[in-house]
Ligand binder design. Sequence first.
Ligand code: ACO
Length: 315
Amino acid sequence: MTPPAVVTGWGTALPPTVVTNHDLEQRLDTSDTWIVERTGIRERHVGGTVAGLATEAAAAALERAGTRPQDVDMLLLATTTPDETVPHTSSVVHHRLGLSGGAMDVNAACAGFVYALVTAFGSLAVGARRVLVVGAECLSRITDWDDRGTAVLFADGAAAVLLEATGGADPLHGGPGLLGYDLGADGSAHDLLVCPHGGTMSMDGREVFRRAVRVTVDSATAALCRAKVPVEDVALFVPHQANLRIIEAAGSRLGIPAERTAVVLDRTGNTSAASIPLALCDALAGSRVGDGDIVLLSGFGAGMSWASAVVRWAS
Ligand code: ACO
């Protein structure tokens, strides 16, 4: 059981350079029509550094929350693309923001943000009061821009939430916070999506697609079951933003309609660990989540790894 907790601030950062499908048409054997029909992506942002994007998103979250950096107990930075092998990128973000407490990177590919969020709730259970959870990626650095199979998919960005312990009822008795979660990994399939040191990503897209739908449905269902929440009660489904067809297939098998699903990938592409918080923040910006709402977050990606969380929302 984790203590009651609320998200008091959130923020995003996208690099200013926008690459549209039409830009990609100029240099690759692809088309806007193919990309939109097969993925749902129309444009994506590229550039910056993970530390820079994460710092910008986290600073916005702190400002929105009205919280001083020195009052943060922990920074969890989910990323697959750290700026350097050593040190962990979160230490740079910690310094730039002037945070207190600990800082660590979490690498679980596209499931990383939900892994970090569950870890953040766990940190509150052992005494932390405020935890910054950030997803940030510069996937453009590990993308082969001559490979039409991957170049049309991946991009850069960051988003952050500030999770704060609060008083009152615990989540299982109507209070805000984590109601249930599901974490998993199947390393026997790790070679379906790989990037060696200094190299670029290669992927068996069809097999990843097939698994993504099945695992998202299974993991989301397991988290809802543990939370004792019927799927009809989900006010907002925030899936990993890899492919609109994966999101639609998973949503339809779960029984969650498009109007209760957060989608941002048409504007961002696949930003791995940043994709779920970017979609969540987009929904928050559109006032699509209110106090007491049930939010289901579900990520799936390289590893293959997955993570789902059911949260009763309050801000
Ligand atoms: N433009 C035009 N044609 C293309 C392109 C492109 N960009 N890419 C592939 N094609 C062609 C293929 O060559 C193939 O041609 P062929 O029939 O002549 O052989 C045809 O389109 C169909 O190819 P598929 O691979 O079957 O296309 P599919 O519909 O599966 O879409 C895609 C490919 C978008 C990669 C899809 O499989 C997918 O989204 N997979 C999941 C990817 C994913 O979720 N990755 C995320 C994990 S993220 C992480 O952890 C970082």
